[in-house]
Design a protein around this ligand. Structure first.
Ligand SMILES: [Zn+2]
Length: 91
């Protein structure tokens, strides 16, 4: 009789249990993807005439930080604190 779909019920139950489920695609996820924009610097020289880049170093501030679902790539949160809380839920 319920008009609530099975997917919606799973979503609600998962939320009640505090499970680690993506709020966008409802898939259980074991980790988040961290995205950030940051300027990097690398040593640059030539190796046998070919461009050769050294290891990358952060150079400047990280901007547009966000934590996304690895399944649907939707942003789940933008604060590390919220991401930590999200990961503390049972998977
Ligand atoms: Zn997702």
């Amino acid at each position: 009789m319920s008009k609530v779909s099975k997917a919606d019920r799973i979503k609600v139950v998962a939320r009640l249990l505090g499970e680690r489920v993506c709020p966008k695609c409802n898939k259980k996820i074991d980790s988040l993807l961290y995205f950030s924009k940051v300027e990097v610097s690398q040593d640059f020289d030539l190796d046998n005439g070919e461009p050769n880049y050294g290891s990358m170093e952060d150079f400047g501030d990280h901007t547009d930080d966000h934590y996304a679902c690895p399944e649907c790539f939707e942003t789940i949160c933008t604060e590390e604190e919220d991401a930590v809380q999200f990961m503390k839920r049972p998977g």
